[in-house]
Design a protein around this ligand. Structure first.
Ligand SMILES: NC(=O)c1ccc[n+]([C@@H]2O[C@H](COP(=O)([O-])OP(=O)(O)OC[C@H]3O[C@@H](n4cnc5c(N)ncnc54)[C@H](O)[C@@H]3O)[C@@H](O)[C@H]2O)c1
Ligand SMILES: O=C(O)[C@H](O)COP(=O)(O)O
Length: 526
């Protein structure tokens, strides 16, 4: 008998299959203290949660039989996924089940914001009749700029078009074909931000999207713009939003999510121009039933050793092959992440070339790992299982090939990413006893350990350039752990890869970019 522990409110209808399964005992306990939770987890085979339960490394450590952690929803930010992976526990989520509900909620916020519905309701309840104070604006013929045209962004676009809005979208993975099919105008980030009467963000929260909407972005916007965030707190800089509303630049904002949840006495909530809900995007009967059905099925499959699809952390490959591939997995993921981060634009083709010992193995799981690494730079919830599907959906072609020449190395893996703007590559290897290494970036030979914080600089090979970079970083208290320089001709194009002990600020990057010899500076996190 498998014990399935459910610690957040899940739909009764959604978990019916679990309740009826003869080999499953469902234990539903919400509001447990950390101690009670630790006690329950010890004997659980599966844990099912939403966003309230914090599944920490400490909690996972207490589990003795746990095979799967299921998130009835999209975001797995409340689950320590690496800790689960280390313990061999599969983490699954339900990425599609709440798309429509969240798009509808965003649309409800869009209308409420335009017609001051929450403010007017509050005033009416207070015994007032202030009709002229709540004059709204029409959506008809206005421009909605959507930042992040994924599942929810696309559904929002369809609804906005039905209200005769012009929809402009920025998404690094948006192809011309998809934009045309959805009837939206594809734009650069700056164009989208400048065009919108309304701007709604629908990206995941990543290093790249944290404070994507900030003081500088507000300056590019139309006066009187209205802002929506029903994605994740942190995509919009809340302090900058407060200032932009106070200054009159922003006419109003609708927020379902906050950097800290619950937000407590948040200054934004004191402004009459702000309307807000307590993270209700996915809170509908339908969405909750959908996500609970999806994860219940996944849990049953995993407990019964059957194939499953929405794993966040594990490839489904035979144990023997898994063991042989294991040393290459880290290199593969890091190469994918590295090339995606140094390449500008939306990937169109990713070519992986294997040479040497590794070609004797079934390399397809490694190619998937590379794809996952490359895509996770831009997409939320990419996993080993869905990476090829997401690539196909976004028109990214994956090519896997084997080469006979490994140029003196025991094995080589080369990852080349072609975007609409450029083609970049990185080649890596495993050095006996020394771990993973990137030995070539484009045509520049290097010796880089792909981990931690890196700065990738493209520059002209000129005397003093390296020293000045060191001085700028040193003046900002940034310690350089290692530095690699590659060039092809004296005085020609060159690259630097610096491993630094901590992330650098935008100010440091801007200062480096001001050097005459420097063409680009990219911060890379591996
Ligand atoms: N409020 C809620 O209750 C609720 C419910 C469900 C999902 N969400 C959140 O909504 C967001 C979107 O979810 P989804 O299911 O549509 O995800 P998705 O992965 O389908 O879409 C995200 C899109 O963002 C794009 N993107 C990534 N980086 C970008 C960048 N720098 N600029 C512009 N676009 C970028 C991706 O290419 C992708 O198309 C996520 O943050 C998710 O956690 C919130
Ligand atoms: O990531 C999600 O699916 C949403 O943020 C919904 O979270 P919830 O299950 O806590 O409503």
């Amino acid at each position: 008998m498998y014990k399935v522990l459910i610690t957040d409110p899940l739909s009764d209808q959604g978990i019916e299959k679990l309740l009826q399964a003869e080999d499953v005992q469902v234990v539903r306990k919400t509001g447990l203290s950390p101690d009670e939770l630790q006690l329950e987890i010890e004997t659980a085979d599966a844990l099912m949660v939403r966003s309230q339960t914090r599944v920490t490394a400490e909690l996972i450590e207490k589990a003795r039989r746990l095979k799967v952690i299921a998130r009835a929803g999209v975001g797995v930010d409340n689950i320590d996924v690496p800790a689960a992976t280390r313990k061999g526990i599969v983490v699954v989520n339900a990425p599609d089940g709440n798309t429509i509900s969240t798009a509808e909620h965003t649309f409800a916020m869009l209308i409420s914001l335009s017609r001051n519905i929450p403010q007017a309701y509050r005033s009416l309840l207070a015994g007032e009749w202030r009709r002229k104070d709540f004059v709204g604006v029409e959506l008809n013929k206005k421009t909605l700029s959507i930042i992040g045209l994924g599942r929810i962004g696309a559904e929002l676009a369809k609804r906005a078009k039905a209200f005769r809005m012009n929809v402009v979208a920025y998404d690094p993975y948006l192809s011309d074909e998809r934009a045309e099919k959805l009837g939206v105008k594809k734009a650069s980030f700056e164009e989208a931000v400048a065009a919108g009467d309304y701007i709604s963000v629908h990206t995941p929260l990543t290093k790249e999207t944290r404070h994507l909407i900030n003081r500088d972005t507000f300056a590019l916007m139309k006066d009187g713009v209205r802002i929506l965030n029903c994605a994740r707190g942190g995509i919009i800089d809340e302090e900058a939003l407060y200032e932009a509303i106070q200054s009159g630049k922003v006419a109003g904002a609708a927020l379902d999510v906050f950097e800290q949840e619950p937000p407590g006495d948040h200054p934004l909530l004191t402004l009459p121009q702000v309307i807000a809900t307590p993270h209700l995007g996915a809170s509908t009967v339908e969405a909750q039933e959908n996500v609970a059905i999806d994860v219940s099925e996944e849990v049953l499959h995993i407990l019964r050793g059957e194939p499953f699809k929405n794993a966040v952390n594990l490839p489904s490959i035979p144990a023997e092959l898994q063991q042989k591939l294991q040393p290459y997995q880290e290199l593969a993921e890091k190469l994918g992440q590295f090339v995606a981060q140094i390449t500008k634009g939306a990937p169109k083709n990713i070519t992986v070339t294997y040479a040497g010992e590794v070609t004797k193995l079934d390399i397809s799981p490694l190619t998937r790992t590379i794809l996952k690494g490359a895509l996770s730079h831009h997409l939320s919830d990419v996993n080993y299982v869905n990476a090829p599907h997401l690539a196909q959906q976004r028109g990214v072609q994956m090519l896997e090939q084997k080469a006979s020449n490994s140029h003196g190395f025991t094995q080589l893996i080369k990852v080349e990413v072609e975007t609409n703007q450029e083609t970049r590559s990185a080649t890596g290897t495993l050095l006996n006893g020394l771990g993973t290494r990137i030995i070539k970036i484009d045509e520049y030979p290097v010796d880089v350990t792909p981990e931690g914080h890196l700065l990738f600089i493209q520059h002209l090979d000129q005397p003093g350039a390296i020293g000045r970079v060191g001085t700028i970083l040193g003046n900002q208290g940034v310690n350089i752990a290692t530095m690699q320089v590659g060039r092809q001709t004296i005085g020609g194009q060159a690259i630097m890869v610096l491993r630094i002990d901590k992330p650098v600020t935008q100010e440091v990057i801007d200062t480096l970019k001001q050097m005459n010899e420097i063409q680009s500076v990219t911060e890379i996190d591996l």
